[in-house]
Design a protein around this ligand. Structure first.
Ligand code: ATP
Ligand code: ZN
Length: 286
């Protein structure tokens, strides 16, 4: 039992699906039934605890769970002790202060003496203190965005992703306090055996993440352009170059960063590349 990792993930909500997808992409198989609170993987020594996200930092601090996947916003708000093992790149959002759209907002000082409704009293309180602003924090647990409309508060502090919820409630973003994403966190006192298992899991996670930003690229080019193209597509080690049946032409295979592809493609074409194919990669193990 002691050498089985326990990973706490959100039972249902905005972190759940991406957390489960990541586990599956790491090649870890398990059954999840809606009414079960735990599940054990078939092919890796790991067990899952399905919890409310708010409880995850505390469970990890208390070593009820060895690991957890939770938003940075919740980790900071709960003020619990845990190591951040890896930023997972999903559930990206920001914690912001918003005010009614016709509110005369000039700076954070505009909130002096005002009421602000939030589910994040700790993070907001720390932010106001750091800026020497004293405002009244109204802690409420949900539907924060309606607080100004019902006269509960002049401003709110809440999670924002696209901003459309703010707009539809007649609010505008005034300050961003925190940029958040999902984190893999770990108990601070893991045994050597469990640390070893965490490292095995992390190795898989990194292979999956590396692949997400990288595409496999194949193209045909005249032999005379190979040096130019290799300088544009250095690859993991170096590109594969294979002769085509047609004399003087090669097929070149490499990898390219997704966010750099459109910058590079024009240069590839200028160098004589033709028939460029770009394909997804599942994992990159290095
Ligand atoms: P629970 O029932 O587990 O307490 P919850 O209602 O508190 O769930 P969710 O709304 O599912 O929480 O959000 C979980 C986490 O997802 C948030 O703490 C935040 O890190 C992230 N998140 C919140 N809103 C968004 C969003 N609009 N887009 C992406 N991620 C978000
Ligand atoms: Zn929650």
């Amino acid at each position: 039992m002691s050498n089985v990792l326990r990973l706490a993930i959100q039972k249902s909500g905005r972190l759940s699906e991406d957390s489960l997808t990541l586990i599956k992409e790491c090649g870890i198989d398990f059954n999840k039934s809606d009414n079960k609170l735990t599940s054990k993987a078939f092919n890796f020594p790991i067990e899952f605890l399905f919890l409310r996200d708010d409880d995850i930092p505390g469970y990890v601090e208390d070593a009820v769970a060895d690991l957890g996947i939770v938003g940075q916003n919740v980790l900071e708000e709960k003020g619990k002790q845990a190591n951040i093992v890896e930023k997972l790149g999903f559930s990206k959002c920001r914690l912001s202060i918003a005010v009614p759209k016709d509110y005369n907002y000039e700076s954070i000082k505009s909130l002096e003496g005002k009421n602000i409704a939030t589910s994040y009293p700790k993070i907001l309180g720390d932010f106001l203190k750091k800026n020497n602003v004293s405002a009244h924090i109204h802690e409420i647990s949900g539907s924060v965005e309606i607080a100004p409309n019902i006269g509960l508060a002049e401003g709110i502090c809440d999670l924002v992703s696209s901003g459309s919820t703010l707009i539809s409630n007649g609010l505008k973003e005034a300050e961003t306090i925190l940029h958040s994403q999902a984190l893999l966190i770990a108990n601070k006192n893991l045994s050597a055996e469990k640390t070893d298992l965490v490292n095995q899991l992390l190795f898989r996670i990194k292979s999956v993440q590396r692949a997400k930003n990288t595409k496999y690229i194949l193209l045909n080019a005249p032999t005379s352009s190979v040096d130019t193209i290799i300088s544009l597509l250095p690859g993991v080690k170096s590109p594969s170059v294979m002769p085509l049946a047609e004399e003087g032409w090669v097929s070149l295979h490499s990898v390219v960063k997704e966010n750099e592809f459109w910058d590079i493609v024009e240069k590839l074409k200028a160098a004589g590349a033709e028939g460029i194919l770009v394909m997804p990669i599942e994992k990159i193990v290095i």
